[in-house]
Design a protein around this ligand. Structure first.
Ligand code: PBG
Length: 327
C-alpha cells in the first residue's frame, strides 16, 4: 500500500465534514429578485422563454412580493413592460409619476417599507427605437443628450421611493451625472448600483421578450461591451468608482465569472453579478427535458458566482432558491 500523508478525501468523508469545510455559501439575503410588471388587474402572464417567471399587474406584483418577503427575499429589481403607444424617441413616459412604473414603485414602498427596491434607469423599455439611448436619424446612439434623460429618470424614481438606482444603459458618464442630480435634490442617501461591465450579449433574449424591448434596428454593440474583452472592464470599474457608484455589477454572470473575479480582486466596492434571463432559460429548458437536475444545477450556478467573488446575485431563481432553503 502507498503511504499517502496528504489525503484531501479525508475532508470529504461525511456530509457533516463537507459542510464544515465548505468555503462558499449562497444566502437568501445575497439575492436580488428581478420582477416584470405590466398594466392591468389580476394578471400574471408567464414568460414563455422563462418558465416560472411572470409579468404581473401591480396588484399581483404586490402579492408576489408579499410571498417573497415571507421567504426572506428582501430586495427586488422591477422592470416595466410599457404599451407600445406610450413609447417615443425620448422615453418620456419614464418620468410620468402616474405611469405604470413610478406609480407601482410608490405603491410597493407604501405596502412594504422595509423592502429594498433597485429601480432600472435606461431608456429601452420606453423607447420607440428599443435602444438605451437617443437614436440620431443617422442611427448613432447619442451619449450626452441621453444623460439628461437618465438623470431625470433617476430623480423621478428616487422621488417615487427607490432605494438603489440601477443604470443599465452603458452610456459614458452616467453614474457621475445621476449622482450629481440626486445630490442636488438631497437624495444623497439613494445608492447607485452601476451595470459596470455589461456585455453586448445574446443571453438577454428572453428579457427582451418579456418587455418587448428589443432594438427595432441595429444592435447594442456601440455601447455594451465586447464579450471578447476583460481589461476594458477594469476601465469601466475605475470610472464608475470615481463617479460615485456604491456597487459594481457584472452582466451576464455565468460566461463572465472571470470578470466577476477580476473586479472583486481590483475593487473595494461590493460586487454584484446578474444571472440573466438566457442563463435562467437554459437551465429551465434542459431541466424540463429531463436532461439535467434543475435544482442541483441552480445551486451550482449560484455557487459558482459566489465562488468567483460576487457578493450579490441578481437572479430569476431568487424565489425558487428561497423556497428550496425553506424545505
Ligand atoms: C436593458 C436591460 C437588459 C437587461 C436588463 N436591462 C437587456 C438589454 O440590455 O437589452 C437584461 C436582463 C436579462 O437578460 O435578464 N437596459
Amino acid at each position: 500500500m502507498n503511504h499517502l500523508t496528504r489525503r484531501p478525501r479525508r475532508n470529504r468523508k461525511s456530509e457533516a465534514i463537507r459542510s464544515m469545510v465548505q468555503e462558499n455559501h449562497v444566502a437568501v439575503q445575497d439575492l436580488i429578485f428581478p420582477l416584470f410588471m405590466m398594466e392591468g388587474d389580476n394578471l400574471a402572464v408567464e414568460i414563455t422563454s422563462m418558465p416560472g417567471i411572470h409579468r404581473f399587474s401591480p396588484d399581483r406584483l404586490l402579492e408576489e412580493i408579499a410571498q417573497c418577503v415571507e421567504l426572506g427575499v428582501k430586495t427586488f429589481a422591477p422592470f416595466p413592460q410599457i404599451d407600445e403607444a406610450k413609447k417615443d424617441r425620448f422615453a418620456q413616459e419614464s418620468k410620468n409619476p402616474e405611469g405604470l412604473y413610478l406609480r407601482t414603485i410608490s405603491e410597493i414602498k407604501q405596502n412594504f417599507p422595509d423592502v429594498v427596491l433597485m429601480t432600472d434607469v435606461a431608456m429601452d423599455p420606453y423607447s420607440s427605437d428599443g435602444h438605451d439611448g437617443i437614436v440620431d436619424p443617422n442611427g448613432e446612439i447619442i451619449n450626452d443628450a441621453t444623460l439628461e434623460i437618465l438623470g431625470q429618470m433617476a430623480l423621478a424614481q428616487a422621488q417615487a421611493g427607490a432605494d438603489i438606482i440601477g443604470p443599465s444603459d452603458m452610456m459614458d458618464g452616467r453614474v457621475a451625472h445621476i449622482r450629481q442630480v440626486l445630490d442636488k435634490h438631497a437624495f444623497y442617501n439613494v445608492s447607485i448600483m452601476s451595470y459596470t461591465a455589461k456585455y453586448a450579449s445574446a443571453f438577454y433574449g428572453p428579457f427582451r421578450d418579456a418587455l418587448d424591448s428589443a432594438p427595432k434596428h441595429g444592435d447594442k454593440k456601440t455601447y455594451q461591451m465586447n464579450p471578447a474583452n476583460s481589461r476594458e472592464a477594469l476601465l469601466e470599474a475605475e470610472l464608475d468608482t470615481a463617479e460615485g457608484a456604491d456597487f459594481l455589477m457584472v452582466k451576464p454572470a455565468l460566461s463572465y465569472l472571470d470578470i466577476i473575479k477580476l473586479l472583486k480582486d481590483n475593487s473595494h466596492l461590493p460586487i454584484a453579478a446578474y444571472n440573466v434571463s438566457g442563463e435562467y432559460a437554459m437551465v429551465k429548458a434542459a431541466a424540463q427535458n429531463g436532461w439535467i437536475d434543475g435544482e442541483r444545477v441552480m445551486n451550482e450556478v449560484l455557487l459558482s458566482m459566489k465562488r468567483a467573488g460576487a457578493d450579490i446575485i441578481l437572479t430569476y431563481f431568487a424565489k425558487e432558491y428561497a423556497q428550496l432553503l425553506k424545505r
